[in-house]
Structure formats: C-alpha cells, structure tokens
Design a binder for this molecule. Sequence first.
Ligand SMILES: Nc1ncnc2c1ncn2[C@@H]1O[C@H](COP(=O)(O)OP(=O)(O)O)[C@@H](O)[C@H]1O
Ligand SMILES: O=P(O)(O)O[C@H]1O[C@H](CO)[C@@H](O[C@H]2O[C@H](CO)[C@@H](O)[C@H](O)[C@H]2O)[C@H](O)[C@H]1O
Length: 454
Amino acid sequence: MRAPERLEESLARWLPQQRWYAGKGREIGDVTIVSDTELVIGDPGLRHLILAVRQGDVVDHYQMLLGTRSELPRRLEYAGIGDEGPFSYDAVHDPELTRVLLRRLAEEARSGPLAFRHSPGSEIETDLDSLASPAEQSNTSLIYGETYVCKLFRRISPGLNPDLELNRGLAEAGCSHVPQLHGWIEMELAGETTTLAMLSEFLRAATDGWQLATTSVRDLYGSAELPADQAGGDFSAEAERLGAATASVHNDLAAAFGVAELPVGEVREMAERMHDQLAEACAVVPALKPYGERIGAAFDDLAKRAEPMPVQRLHGDYHLGQVMRTSSRPGADWVLLDFEGEPARPLAERRNRGHPLRDVAGMLRSFEYAARFLLPGYDDEDSGLEARAHEWADLNRSAFSRGYAAAGGPDPAAHRALTRAFEFDKAVYEVLYEAHNRPDWLHVPLGSLARLTA
Ligand SMILES: Nc1ncnc2c1ncn2[C@@H]1O[C@H](COP(=O)(O)OP(=O)(O)O)[C@@H](O)[C@H]1O
Ligand SMILES: O=P(O)(O)O[C@H]1O[C@H](CO)[C@@H](O[C@H]2O[C@H](CO)[C@@H](O)[C@H](O)[C@H]2O)[C@H](O)[C@H]1O
C-alpha cells in the first residue's frame, strides 16, 4: 500500500501552480512548516502556516491559511491540496473560516505568535463573509462584504512591509488618495516584527485604472477614423487628474518620511545596477539585445549626473492596476494602492528612497502597456493600429506628466534624461517579469522598447 503523502510534499506540488508563487521556473528542493498556529479548532479547522521553501541555496517564506475538513464539499474541491483525506485546502476560499480574522482584528487578539492590531479608533465589523479576489495578484486579497479588503501577503520577508508602513504614514499625513487603513496582522520572524496582512477600506463603486484605460484604447481601435482625443472614451482628462493625484501623494510621502540626497557616487552605482539588470534580461530574453545599446546609453547618461539626487519614499511599482477611480470620495478622484514596491526585489531595496520620477516612469510604462497589449489580437498588417497605439500612448503620457507637474511634482519634460533612464530600467524589469510570469505578454515591453529606442 502507498504511504499517505505528507502535507509538505502536497504543498511542494501545489505551490508552483499558484499565481502568487514567486519561485516559478526553479525546482523546489523541499518545503518545511516553520510556524503552525491553530486559528479554528474543529471540523472545519483552520491553521495559519509559514512555509520555508528551499530552491537551491535560496529559502523563501510563504504564508498560507490551511483549511482542514474530514469531507471536502464540492464548492471547495478546486481549492484542495493533495487528494487524500482528511482534506487540506486553501482556506482563503472558505468564508466559514476566514471570518475569524475579522474577529481577532476587532479584539486586537493574540493567537500564538500572531498579533492582530487595529488602527486607533477603528471599530471593525465582524459578521461579514469574504470572497477571495479574482484579481491577478502577487498576494491574496479577501474582500469582506463591500466593507473591507484584507490583503494576505504571500511571500513573506522578515520586517515591516512597505505597504503597511507607507499607508500608516499617509494616514497620519491626512492623505485622501489612499484607502482608509483599519488594521494589520504581524508576527516575529527571524527576530523582526513582520507584517503578514493588512485590512483596508474596500473601495466600492470604483474601477481600476487599467480597466478604464484599456476600455478607452478599445474605443479608439473601434473608431479608426477619429483622432485619439476625439474618439469615444478619451482618457486624457483622467490621465491628467491621475498625474495630479500622484504628485499629491508624493508630496505627502515627502512630508511624512522626509527627503534626502543621494550622493553622486550612489547615483553611479544605481546606473551600474541598471546595466546589470539589462545584462541579465538580455541573457534570459535574447530578443532584447537589439535595444541594449540605446538602453545602456540612457543609463550612462544617468551615471554622468554631477549633482546629488533628491530622493524620498515612493510607491515603487506604480502602474494602472495600482490606482482606482472612485466616485464616492470627496476630494479624491484617484486612489493609490499597493505601496509594496516591485515584488521580485528584496525588502530592504523596496524600502529605499528614490527619485519621484521613478514612479512617474512606471506609470508612463503602463500607458505603453495599455496601448499595446491588444495589438496581436488584431490583424495589424495594414490596419494602422500600431500607429493608433502610439497616438493613444503619447496623448495620455503627456496628459499624465502635465497633471503631475502642474500639481507640484518635478516636470518630466524638464528632466527628460532622468525620466528616460527610469523608464528603460522599468521596461527591462518588465521584460524579465513577463519572461518569468506571462511569456505571452513579452511582446508588450519588447514592442514598446522598439518604439522608444527608435
Ligand atoms: N481597497 C481596495 N478597494 C477595492 N479594490 C481593491 C482594493 N485594494 C485592492 N483592490 C483590487 O485588488 C487588486 C490587487 O490589489 P493589490 O493591492 O495591487 O494586490 P497585490 O499586491 O497582490 O498585487 C487591485 O488592482 C484592485 O483591483
Ligand atoms: O501588481 P503587482 O505588484 O503584482 O506588479 C507586478 O505585476 C504587474 C502585472 O500584473 C506588472 O505590471 C506590468 O503589467 C501591467 C499590465 O498588466 C502594466 O500596467 C504595467 O505597466 C507593467 O509593468 C508589474 O510590473 C509587476 O511588478
């Protein structure tokens, strides 16, 4: 008779299939459970696990909520882990179990190593069912009714998560362009107080920037005879307002966390890191090589900078999927989400200060993405859609930059070389990101680099 599979073995097979699993493409050596806390005892039961996943010399930590049941109902079969009873499953899909998180947050409870905290003055409603967000995410968000969203960070780095850190600072600065923060969960990991989850206001009646922008692009493709600023669904007024909201958040971040100066030598090191990432990306994606010289020249220009660079805390991974257009918040048309920085970078790096045009460059990239990602679905031989994509991207990139500068941010048009270096660096990151996560999308950063380096 075959011995029952150990939970750790089932997890090793299950993890690589998860969207949020960061170690795809590298074989898992082994999975060890390094923290195991029972949050609900019984049938169903709930365990909070921290897993150490070894891949070669690298060990990453992941968080999961493990549901256990003697019988797995059909509605939960898709969340199953392993196929032998008693059944284990990803409990983020089980509202019967996830309610416990709200209850513990409301009570500021402790469960073993886990500490549940709420923001001063927050009264947390506890009788809400959760739904795991279907969004393409690096983490998992539980949406409780239409009231809260609880983001469970999946890959856990010891220390304070910048998303929580910056949201706390912005709340204290009175920033209206972020969701209200209600609470968080933390534990000691490797000797550091480590953020595990964050509970925020759910923005109902809001749409994310990516959906709005790509709807506008579709409208443009469908009205081939009109210029971009006259086609239905012109996005440029929104792009301009988004620019202004971005400058306002940058201003609040500067007030809350201060501004420093990066010495010239460290700017040079930054340019060297950009070159290193370019070399790595060219090795992984040879199709990037033809643009390497022009990209590298922009990094060399940055390295020649003769004066220190003003730096402050930033969003860090700024794109249209990270902003939501709301209709219910007075004075805040656009709301910014997810201040975690680029998920692939080490935590210490993600908490570094940077020049605010780095975020601006991130959003400029996103306009390129929105304009280009539909192109291969169309018969683009003679359709002229490539040109229309450029038109849309240029219109909205300019509007965003204009709104940003008018609201007090450094003007991208007056800092062209810097913006270009940041934009190329982000595009190179995207080439690697797409190669590892969404190979079907590789044409987007590559096509955009072909245009921007021409
Ligand atoms: N407070 C919120 N209200 C409504 N929707 C949200 C909220 N926070 C996140 N979302 C939705 O969930 C998506 C993913 O959230 P995000 O914080 O970017 O997660 P991740 O870090 O896993 O990428 C967002 O693009 C947005 O559509
Ligand atoms: O949102 P995350 O923090 O998980 O960020 C990662 O995933 C993003 C994609 O979901 C990725 O963004 C890239 O694709 C977007 C369209 O899907 C586009 O708007 C962005 O400009 C582009 O960078 C992001 O880079 C990655 O870190």
